[in-house]
Design a protein around this ligand. Structure first.
Ligand SMILES: Cc1ncc(COP(=O)(O)O)c(C=O)c1O
Length: 407
């Protein structure tokens, strides 16, 4: 007889929605389904920013920075915890695109090298590919998706050859619902030793992220979306062993020392990707937002967002005249749809009159995907854990009314 004690069932942590709503008083005033644009900040984040601005006002910006030095350092530790990285692998930036560019422009590639990417690439990233294609003769190769919209991993792998100098993946695209298989792509990147840059702008704060499991060399994100930090914040992760493959593209006196009239010495480590001037109040807000997310738990956050988004998709599917445009086997908190005969901009303004927030997703934001699927301008409704089932009901009633009135 086996008398071993049963192993304890791991406790499933759930989001205390009421608490998160108390922490976010605006929740009671608006139905905020624009979290993929910018989430509502918890009070704690707002207070952190404002307190630092008051300190700057009282004693001066440089002096306030000196007093906040320990808390400034703690931001790197918080982001490292979020990503399962080390603080020395993190640089702070003022947007996801800026962070992404620091890596992309810093990567030295020979003329004629290829970038391997996918159909759901974010517009700014693809514009940067085109820019480097013109400037440095890089080639862009776009791997196909299958009928479900999922990346075809076999086809992706088959496209790797000696010329592929970068794999660039958008983890959660700006629209379309899908979560791309970052870990499976990482396995391919590792197998062939190809540098891998992950755009985690919509996944940081929405999904648990572990850079070692994902296998990426570089990862960029913003603070303002699912992490609930203030606008104007972002960060870049670069794997320590990969760092010497990058050349910081915008050296200044913070990232390098001017040593002789005709020479300078770049500083070592990730701080070489930052510049001297920055908005410390907002950065401290980013640190507070990351700590808030870590306290709630990323698994719990992921579960709650997935449940709410699934519910929203099901409810919208049930409405006449609404076409939910999401694809993919694994989906996140971004729900995109259109209403027959009603322009997305009209839907946006009608909803806004009722204090319901969405955004309009343009075909040019994900042009390749939009062309492939013949997508119109779409309504993008993105939920967060602090949203409720009752808000989804009210939202769907409003969408139904808009579609019926204009039918
Ligand atoms: C997938 C994705 N990547 C990058 C970005 C750019 O982020 P930022 O505006 O912070 O530069 C966005 C913004 O919506 C996005 O959705």
């Amino acid at each position: 007889m086996n008398c071993a004690a049963p192993s304890p069932v791991p406790e499933v942590k759930l989001i205390d929605v009421a608490r998160t709503r108390r922490d976010t008083p605006a929740c009671e005033k608006v139905v905020h389904f624009n979290n993929a644009g910018a989430s509502l900040m918890p009070n704690l984040v707002l207070d952190t920013c404002i307190e630092h601005l008051w300190l700057e006002a009282r004693i001066g910006g440089y002096e306030a920075a000196e007093e906040a030095q320990a808390r400034h350092e703690a931001i790197y530790r918080s982001i490292a915890t979020l990503l399962h990285a080390s603080p020395e692998e993190i640089a702070l930036a003022d947007s996801a695109t800026r962070a992404w560019h620091l890596a992309f422009q810093g990567l030295q590639t020979p003329r004629g090298a290829k970038i391997l990417t996918t159909r759901t690439s974010y517009a700014s990233n693809f514009i940067a590919f085109l820019h480097r294609a013109r400037k440095d003769g890089l080639e862009i190769d776009v791997a196909p998706c299958d009928d479900a919209g999922d990346l075809d991993l076999d086809a992706f792998e088959q496209r790797i050859d000696g010329r592929v100098a970068l794999i660039a993946l958008t983890h959660i695209p700006t629209n379309g619902g899908i979560i791309n298989p970052a870990e499976a792509v990482g396995k391919i990147a590792r197998k062939y030793g190809v540098p891998y840059l992950l755009d985690a702008c919509q996944s940081a704060g929405q999904l648990p992220l572990d850079v070692t499991r994902i296998g990426c060399d570089m990862l960029s994100s913003t603070g303002r979306k699912f992490l609930r930090a203030p606008r104007g914040t972002g960060f870049l992760y670069v794997r320590r062993a990969f760092l010497d493959r990058l050349e910081p593209p915008m050296p200044d006196l913070h990232s390098a020392t001017w040593t002789t009239p005709d020479d300078y010495r770049p500083h070592e480590g990730m701080r070489a990707f930052e510049m001297w001037e920055s908005n410390l109040a907002m950065k401290l807000g980013l640190g507070a937002a990351v700590d808030y997310a870590l306290d709630l738990g990323l698994d719990a956050i992921r579960g709650r967002i997935r449940d709410l988004a699934d519910l929203l998709r099901r409810r919208l599917h049930a409405l006449n005249g609404i076409r939910v445009r999401d694809t993919g086997t694994e989906q996140g908190g971004i729900v995109t749809f259109d209403i027959a005969n009603v322009a997305a901009s009209i839907v946006k303004s009608r909803l806004r009159e009722q204090s319901m927030h969405i955004t309009v997703s343009l075909p040019s934001h994900t042009l390749l995907d939009a062309m492939e699927r013949n997508l119109p301008k779409m309504v993008r409704a993105s939920v967060h854990y602090y949203n409720t089932e009752e808000e989804i009901d009210r939202f769907c009633e409003a969408v139904h009314a808009i579609s019926s009135k204009d039918a």
